[in-house]
Design a protein around this ligand. Structure first.
Ligand code: PMP
Length: 418
């Protein structure tokens, strides 16, 4: 029994009452993006209908109102992750941009030839490809924490992997492709012991469990608004105070400067120094509304609900023959994500069949192609849960999977028959 009033929550999300191919929508693709409650949609409408204007430089009422609400939303982001200040709460487009910002600024001044960046074998492309560029351009070396057979991090060789040459440990808190929760706090301590910094990709954790940057001890935390009930196009990069104070600007232009001459410029205060040009005002304010909504539910309760639903799913999936579920068996070590594979059928075919029943899941490499190679699968199918999902929806998924798998098992080579 969940402590969330899921039926009441569902009424806050207009999209959940729609049908797909004449069937009620069962939305289980939350790791890709979440749905939006009415209060978030309303915040966008209120901004554009009520006080749309540019921020920070206006002397008129609308601009001051917009500035106030934009900065209030930033404060909500800071409070949500336990940041003691807003100086290091930089508003960006998404997790990807947040990580690129670190790679283009901090890494340029702090990583040199022969230095090492320690990643894991389960990283999203967003937390891999930017570091490949740093490695290529600056002569750094990428190292990878391998996986155990249960797809958790294998920390047995950490003494070699994390050493005096390591400048940065960058890893995901919760894997979008496996569901695994990584021990980021312990890895942060270990990183700091060798003088390295730690970047946590919080795209799949900040929306789903209580994340406190001070308790976690991370230097950088990246996350996206659209996965936490907020709009697309807005994300956050948190940077620890002592680090952000010494970081060079990323994009340059209006708003990020204090004084400009024809040949030089000085930088604005933090965090505006990292927000060149007109920012995404509307979506920032709406992200603030999403955070208010999550706070009203309580992140501990959100996590409890996801543990209950994930346990229910893990149990139900055991009834599915020949289906491999990735990630640890212990629900305490996983987020609300079930990534699975059955050699009888390509995940895309499975996704397409489920779609006809109104069930939205993800099928593909989940932006983790090296991980798929490691797992030895072309892709996986993935169901991912959030506050509005019910155990009944999990049962609908599992029943549909049973039927689909029976059907595909009869057809040769796992391809659909005529
Ligand atoms: N990291 C992880 C773990 C993710 O799940 C995602 C989104 N799938 C990202 C990074 C990238 O997020 P965004 O597309 O919002 O930049």
């Amino acid at each position: 029994m969940s402590m969330l009033d899921v039926e009441a929550i569902r009424k806050d999300f207009p999209i959940l009452s729609r049908q797909v191919y004449g069937k009620p929508l069962v939305y289980l693709d939350n790791a890709a993006t979440s749905q939006k409650p009415r209060c978030v949609i309303q915040a966008l409408v209120e901004y554009y209908e009520g006080y749309n204007s540019n921020i920070h430089r206006g002397v008129h009422a609308l601009s001051m109102e917009a500035t106030e609400r934009y900065e209030a939303a930033r404060q909500k982001c800071a409070d949500f992750i336990g940041s003691p200040s807003t100086d290091g709460v930089i508003l960006v487009r998404n997790t990807t941009e947040a990580i690129n910002l670190v790679a283009r600024t901090w890494a340029r001044s702090n990583i040199g030839p022969g230095d090492e960046i320690l990643l894991t074998e389960m990283e999203h492309h967003s937390n891999l490809v930017p570091w490949q560029q740093v490695a290529q351009e600056q002569g750094a070396v990428l190292r990878f924490i391998p996986l155990t057979p249960e797809q958790t991090l294998d920390l047995s060789d950490m003494d070699r992997l994390l050493n005096s040459r390591t400048r940065l440990v960058a890893l995901t808190h919760v894997s979008n492709a496996l569901g695994t929760i990584n021990p980021v706090k312990e890895l942060g301590r270990a990183a700091h012991r060798v003088g390295a910094r730690i970047l946590v990709d919080g795209a799949q954790s900040v929306p789903h469990l209580k994340v406190d940057v001070q308790d976690m001890g991370c230097d950088f935390l990246a996350f996206s608004g659209h996965k936490m009930l907020g709009p697309t196009g807005i994300g956050v990069l948190y940077v620890k105070q002592e680090v952000v104070e010494r970081m060079e600007p990323f994009l340059r232009g209006g708003d990020m400067v204090r004084e400009v001459w024809y040949d030089k410029a000085t930088w604005n205060d933090l965090p505006m120094r990292f927000e060149a040009g007109t920012p995404n005002i509307a979506d920032t304010i709406a992200l603030g509304a999403a955070i208010d909504y999550l706070q009203s539910l309580g992140m501990e309760v959100v996590r409890e609900h996801e543990i209950a639903i994930t346990q229910h799913a893990l149990d139900a999936f055991q009834e599915l023959e020949r289906v491999q579920v990735f990630g640890p068996g212990d629900v305490a070590q996983r987020g609300g994500i079930i990534s699975f594979f059955c050699s009888d059928v390509h995940p895309h075919d499975l996704g397409t069949v489920l779609d006809r029943e109104g069930i939205a899941i993800r099928a593909g490499h989940h932006c983790a192609m090296p991980l798929m190679r490691k797992l030895g699968v072309p892709a996986t199918a993935r169901a991912s849960f959030y506050v509005y999902n019910t155990e009944e929806e999990v049962d609908i998924l599992v029943d549909a999977l049973k039927r689909a798998l029976r059907y595909f098992a009869r057809t040769p080579n796992g391809t659909r028959g005529g």
